[in-house]
Design a protein around this ligand. Sequence first.
Ligand code: ADP
Length: 540
Amino acid sequence: MLSTMMEPALTITSVMNFAKKNYPNQEIISVTADNPLHRYTYKDAFQRVGKLANALVELGAKPGDVIGTMAWNDYRHLELYYGISCSGMVCHTINPRLFDEQIEYIVEHAEDKFLFVDPLFVTKIEALQDKMPNVLGFIVLTSEDNMPETTLRNVHCYETLIADKSDEFVWPELQESAASALCYTSGTTGNPKGVVYSHRSTVLHSYASSMPDAFAFSRNDVVMPIVPMFHVNGWGIVYSAPMAGAKLVMPGPKMADGKVLTTLINQEKITMSAGVPTVWLALLDYLEQSGESIDSLKRVTVGGAACPLPIFKTFYDKYGVEAEHAWGMTEMSPLGTYNKMSSQDRELPEEEFNQKLLRQGRPIYGVDLRIVNENGDELPWDGTSSGAVQVRGAFVTAGYHKQQADFTPGGWFETGDVAFMDEESRMQITDRTKDIIKSGGEWISSIELENLAMSHPAVAEAAVIGVAHEKWTERPLLVVVRKPDSGLTAQDILKFYQGKVATWWIPTEVAFVVELAHTATGKLDKKTIRQWYQDYQWQD
Ligand code: ADP
């Protein structure tokens, strides 16, 4: 029997129309290269989105075309997200931190027709434009007054381009399965791989990620996404916040600037924010030095990499902010799990509570997750059985752009992460499949050892890698960047591990370095660090 229900297509256009109609006066505040504080409303934003759509047509862009953006989190980038996708084109967000060859590769691979560029990236793109022969033109995201001198070919100024266009646009009736956006993973090996999101996957991810045990967005929230919009659609917040009618604050190029972030929090009464651990370190450092407070802030989401305990603790104990751990990846739109603590959890003995706090959390609705052993057998959720994490769901990719074959044997996507699930369905990531250390036939979690080292007050950053060992196959080597002026010794840090992990987990030796290697997205580049020590000789 068929249902009697209507079946409107789940499209980003519907999110735009909803926010425009129901929350026209809700504000969007942005920091941009040309304005320290731009302020307008959803109504203004979506009127300009109409102008942009007309401008795209006039430029010659057609439905199905891929349009590139290289921009920070601000209102013009938001307009591009909606203007491009709702016109039936594909919004390809490019990470400016990728290496030049990777940027050239993805612009060509994606077949970008036009590239919208923040003024701060104009010089970078000028140097690369000859390697992007298929890009028909470049649009600088600024006004005529602030337009930089540039050698970019067929260049336009964004504000001039849209100024005389009508804000009325007949939005096409899109299929919900149509491609809406494209994002490449940085990939520590090989070329970056493209994930193509659909209107439907985006809407479903926005619903699922807004639920109370995840972002929990409400119209009373003032949300500041610090996670860049060129990284997995800024975790989808530019869609889910308008869906909830929340006020948006976008920090533009100032995402690592503790002072600007603090001012925005206090001035705009931000209640919720989201970012990677490094951003929070910058903010907490600034607060410590300045003695300022962040009273309006209630919760922050931290994800993208394992978050060290001191970040959770400082946020809660000093500022009353709940820092909530989340896990996901480009291939998952990105949210997979979210860790909400309850008031009962807070009554647990501290050690037990801390363990739970560090977990990556429970799967959100829409993500079917399992842990499997080397034979592909599903493992119980018992708090100890650790294995490879596989997922499937309506916002998990079924392939990479232009290379779909044999991607998900059995219908499951291999995340490349290793984890266990506890009895409360909370996931604990213990490693990346490639980073796990195998000592005497047993697994050692490099992430857990790194987290512990990072919780030592004299450690600025730490990495743990497996190095070949005659007797044990591999043993963990701890590579540490000390805090300035610290006299930390190998003995000190090794002693610090005692009683916190099994003795055979304790790193065999310690190497001190001035700096560790990072990927273009700022994560530890373990591949490079392993190469540094490939000929390492153990002392005994
Ligand atoms: P990229 O692959 O481009 O670096 P992604 O955001 O797609 O960027 O990276 C996803 C990976 O990041 C995950 O598979 C996982 O290894 C790691 N990750 C994300 N969030 C967490 C977290 N909270 N704890 C530990 N690892 C995480």
